[in-house]
Design a protein around this ligand. Structure first.
Ligand code: ZN
Length: 245
């Protein structure tokens, strides 16, 4: 039996039998982990509020060989994000992030960048829940980028020329960008504002991004259209938790 201690974010939890819960975590050192919390449904559970979605915890668990499900031995709350669950839009975004990380993060395989990206997005939401749509757009771009599914929008994918915001950049179905000279007819042209936002995600943290880019409804819709197309292709279905607004 092996014991592991790692930082972890609670993605979701569901009931198991009479007294237990199963909790899905994104961990820093072991990727996606599904764990049994024994006795978590009892009134005086030792886990307290540590298993609420999007709580950042120091998690200790043990695992037996060839078992997918591990057993939690201890949790220590590093940051509770309980306040967020009472805010409708922010909690919708969190549910969506949980579903997407569950799809994109490799089980039992460390993905430090995914962990850092999710933590930073949750932090940005906690700092300012009003910007949840903007944080969601940022999250989607990075989710795809970390999965190697988001092309570099700084250069034309055909001739390699550097793309400026005002260049009438067009993208094909896989989001490969093309400069004006290289684009076949029929590709959709990305607006200046959307290009600016997409390129800014490279340099900025989600909190800074949300501060600087207050997306209008049309910009938000344009970005969402681009990312949802790629996400739907990647997972072969529309995300269940995606709420149309
Ligand atoms: Zn070109």
């Amino acid at each position: 039996m092996r014991t592991t201690t790692t930082d972890a974010i609670v993605l979701r939890a569901y009931n198991l039998a009479e007294a237990d819960r199963i909790v899905v975590f994104l961990t820093r050192s072991a990727g996606l982990v599904r764990a049994v919390a024994k006795g978590a449904r009892r009134m005086k559970s030792r886990f307290g509020a540590a298993l609420e979605p999007f709580t950042l915890v120091k998690l200790t668990y043990h695992e037996r060989e060839n078992r997918d499900l591990v057993t939690i031995s201890n949790t220590e709350i590093l940051k509770s994000n309980f306040d967020l669950s009472s805010q409708v839009e922010a909690s919708e975004v969190l549910a969506y992030m949980a579903e997407m990380v569950g799809e994109f993060a490799p089980p039992h395989e460390a993905d430090e960048r995914m962990f850092r990206m999710l933590s930073a997005c949750v932090e940005a939401l906690a700092a300012n829940a009003d910007c949840s749509r903007t944080v969601m757009r940022y999250f989607e771009v990075w989710l795809l980028r970390l999965a190697g599914l988001f092309p570099d929008l700084r250069y034309c994918s055909e001739c390699g020329v550097e793309l400026k915001h005002s260049d009438e950049v067009a993208v094909d179905i896989e989001m490969r960008p093309r400069c004006r000279e290289c684009q076949p007819s029929g590709n959709s042209v990305v607006s200046d504002a959307a290009m600016r936002c997409l390129q800014a995600t490279h340099q900025l943290s989600p909190a800074r991004f949300a501060e600087r880019y207050r997306l209008s409804n049309s910009e938000d819709a344009e970005l969402a259209d681009l990312t949802h197309r790629l996400i739907t292709r990647a997972i072969d279905r529309r995300p269940r938790t995606l709420v149309a607004r």
